[in-house]
Design a protein around this ligand. Structure first.
Ligand SMILES: [Zn+2]
Length: 553
C-alpha cells in the first residue's frame, strides 16, 4: 500500500476488503451503517482472533475524515491498519497489542464529503453533503471550480478600495494594505474561486454553504442548536449516529484518537472549562499521555479550552472528543495533522491566533518552503480568467487542498507515520485483566478455590475518575459456574470487586515505596462437589477484558 496519494471511497473499500481476505485471523471489516448518500461506513476490527474475540479485550478507537476535505485523516488511519497487519509477528509491541487488545479503526467516517473533495471537479464543504439548514441556495458567492481545471483556487479582483496589495518583492504574495493607505492604489479583493448567484453588479456576499452541517458538532455533549453546523438534534445525522451506536455497543473501548487537519497538534478536553475542572488524577494522566504524543510525533498536546479557541469567549459544542471524555470517561484526542508553519520552520506559532496576526517574515519563510520543498507548486501563479459574473479576474494563489489543508502527497507518509506510533502507545496503556493466580486445596468432597486477578495495564480498569463519576463503567465481576450436583458452601456465584488500580497514579520518584497490590483482587469459595468435577471461573470487566479458567476439583 502506498501513502503518496489520496484515495477515493471505492479504492479504500477495496483495500479494506483485501486486508480482511489476506489476514482473516487479524482483520474483519464491518459496516457501521450507511452514510447520508448510502455508502457503507467501514469499521476495521483488528485483533488476533485466535486469542479471543475483540469484544473481550480492551480496544482503541481511531477515526478519520469526519470533515470532508481532511483526507489525510483517512491516510493516517490506513497507515495504522497497514502497520498493525504487516508488523504482526515481527514487531513485539504490535504482536502483543493484537494478542491482548483490539483496534476499531474507521478510516473515513464521512465518506460522502470526502468523495466530493476528491472528485474530478471537486467541491469543498465542511462535512455532510446533506443540505442544512436550508434546502435551497441563497444569493451570493458559492465556492466552486469555475474554470473546471480540477482545482479550487482563489480569485483576485482589482478594487481601488481592496484590503490587499501585491508584495513588490514577490508578486505571487498578497500582503495587507496598511491602515493609513488611501484608496485608489493597486489594491485587490481576495475571494474564493466560485460563482456569484444573482450578482447585482455591486455587492458580493459570501453565501452560506448549502451543506452547512458539521458532523463534529453532533455529539450529545453540550449540544446546542446555536452551534454552527449542529444539526436538528444531537445524532440527527447518520454518520455520527453510527459512530455513537457502535461505541456504546463496545464498552471495551478505552481510548480514542480522531484524525483531523490541520495545525500539527493533539487536542484534548476540556473544552468548556479550564484544566482545573478535571479530576486531578485525570488531568495528570491526560498530560502524561500527551507528553508521550509530543515525544513520538513532535506535535504539541494541548487543551482546547486553554490553547485552541476560534473565539476566546466561545467554546465549541457537541464534539467527539468531549463526548468521549466528559460522558464516557475515555481519554479522547483530536489529532490535527500537519502544519505548513512548522514545515517552514516557524516555531511556537499560536494555532488560531497566528492566522489573525503574524509577521511578514513568516509568509516569506512559507513561500521559501514552497519554492524549495514543493518546487513552487503549492502556489499557482495568477492567471486571467473571464468570470461569468465578475468579468476579468485572476485565479491563483495557494492550492489549499494539497498545501495548507493536507500534506502534499510527497510528504504524506512522513507526516502520518509517527502518528501510528502514538496510536499503538495509547492502545498499549489500556487496563488489561489477567489471572494472577488460581489455586485449590481439596479434602474429600470439600474444595477451597481462590482466584486472584490483576490489572497488568498502566491505566486503572475504570480508565478515568470521570468514568466512575459518570457511572459509565461497571465494576470487576468474577463468576463461578458449578457442575450439576455441586454447591457453594461459602462465596457467591457472582462477586463484585470494584475497580483495580493501574500505574498511572504512581509518582516518578521511587523513594516513597507505596506499591501496595491495589491492582489485584481475589475471590475465595468453598465448594462441595465430587472430586474430578470441573468449575468454570470467569472474570469480566467491560474495559479490562474477559478471561476464563477451568478448575478441576
Ligand atoms: Zn476537522
Amino acid at each position: 500500500m502506498r501513502f503518496d496519494r489520496y484515495y477515493r471511497y471505492d479504492e479504500i473499500t477495496e483495500f479494506l476488503q483485501g486486508w480482511a481476505a489476506k489476514y482473516p485471523n487479524l482483520c474483519k471489516v464491518e459496516s457501521m451503517g450507511p452514510s447520508y448518500e448510502g455508502r457503507d461506513i467501514w469499521v476495521v476490527i483488528l485483533t488476533n482472533f485466535d486469542t479471543g474475540p475483540d469484544a473481550e479485550k480492551p480496544a482503541m478507537w481511531v477515526d478519520g475524515n469526519i470533515h470532508a476535505t481532511e483526507t489525510s485523516a483517512s491516510t493516517a488511519s490506513l497507515h495504522l491498519i497497514n502497520k498493525l497487519l504487516t508488523g504482526y509477528g515481527s514487531d513485539d509491541r504490535i504482536t502483543y497489542a493484537l494478542d491482548s487488545r483490539a483496534f476499531y479503526i474507521v478510516p473515513r467516517l464521512n465518506p460522502d464529503g470526502a468523495e466530493w473533495a476528491l472528485a474530478d471537479k471537486p467541491k469543498f464543504i465542511r462535512s455532510s453533503t446533506r443540505p442544512y439548514p436550508r434546502m435551497d441556495e441563497l444569493d451570493g458567492l458559492h465556492q466552486e471550480d469555475v474554470d473546471e481545471d480540477g482545482r479550487i483556487l482563489q480569485m483576485r479582483v482589482k478594487d481601488p478600495n481592496g484590503p490587499w496589495k501585491i508584495n513588490p518583492e514577490d508578486p505571487r504574495m498578497m500582503i495587507p494594505r496598511q491602515p493609513d493607505e488611501a484608496p485608489g492604489g493597486d489594491f485587490y479583493r481576495l475571494l474564493p474561486e466560485g460563482r456569484v448567484k444573482n450578482y447585482d453588479g455591486v455587492t458580493i456576499n459570501l453565501a452560506p454553504n448549502l451543506q452547512g452541517l458539521d458532523l463534529n458538532r453532533q455529539f450529545p455533549v453540550f449540544w446546542s442548536p446555536d452551534q454552527q453546523g449542529a444539526g436538528h438534534f444531537a445524532g440527527s445525522e447518520p454518520e455520527p449516529a453510527a459512530a455513537m451506536k457502535w461505541i456504546v455497543a463496545h464498552p471495551n473501548i478505552t481510548g480514542s484518537i480522531s484524525y483531523h487537519t490541520f495545525s500539527g497538534v493533539y487536542l484534548r478536553p476540556p473544552t468548556k472549562a479550564g484544566d482545573e475542572s478535571l479530576p486531578t488524577q485525570d488531568l495528570y494522566t491526560f498530560k502524561r499521555i500527551g507528553a508521550k504524543a509530543t515525544e513520538l510525533t513532535g506535535y504539541k498536546a494541548v487543551s482546547v479550552f486553554h490553547d485552541f479557541k476560534y473565539d476566546p469567549k466561545e467554546f465549541i459544542k457537541g464534539t467527539f472528543d468531549d463526548w468521549m471524555y466528559e460522558y464516557l470517561g475515555i481519554y479522547g484526542w483530536t489529532c490535527e495533522i500537519w502544519s505548513v508553519q512548522k514545515q517552514a520552520g516557524i516555531k511556537d506559532y499560536k494555532f488560531m491566533d497566528w492566522f489573525r496576526e503574524h509577521p511578514l517574515e513568516d509568509d516569506i519563510a512559507i513561500m521559501k518552503w514552497n519554492d524549495e520543498v514543493l518546487d513552487g507548486k503549492g502556489v499557482i501563479d495568477w492567471y486571467e480568467f473571464e468570470h461569468p459574473q465578475l468579468g476579468t479576474v485572476e485565479l491563483g494563489g495557494w492550492e489549499l487542498f494539497h498545501t495548507w489543508r493536507n500534506p502534499p502527497p510527497s510528504l504524506l507518509e512522513k507526516e502520518v507515520a509517527p502518528l501510528s506510533d502514538f496510536a499503538l502507545y495509547q492502545c498499549l496503556i489500556s487496563p488489561k485483566l489477567e489471572w494472577y493466580q488460581v489455586d485449590k486445596k481439596s479434602n474429600g468432597n470439600t474444595h477451597y478455590v481462590r482466584a486472584t486477578v490483576h490489572n497488568t495495564g498502566w491505566l486503572p480498569t475504570n480508565v478515568s475518575k470521570q468514568a466512575v463519576a459518570m457511572k459509565v463503567v461497571r465494576e470487576l465481576e468474577v463468576d463461578i459456574a458449578l457442575p450439576e450436583g455441586a454447591k457453594l458452601v461459602t462465596g457467591k456465584e457472582k462477586t463484585m470487586l470494584g475497580q483495580l488500580e493501574g500505574r498511572d497514579g504512581k509518582w516518578s520518584m521511587p523513594i516513597f515505596s507505596g506499591d501496595a497490590t491495589a491492582e489485584r483482587a481475589k475471590v475465595e469459595w468453598v465448594i462441595e462437589a465430587e472430586p474430578g468435577s470441573v468449575v468454570e471461573i470467569t472474570a469480566i470487566h467491560p474495559r479490562a477484558g474477559t478471561i476464563r479458567k477451568s478448575v478441576t476439583l
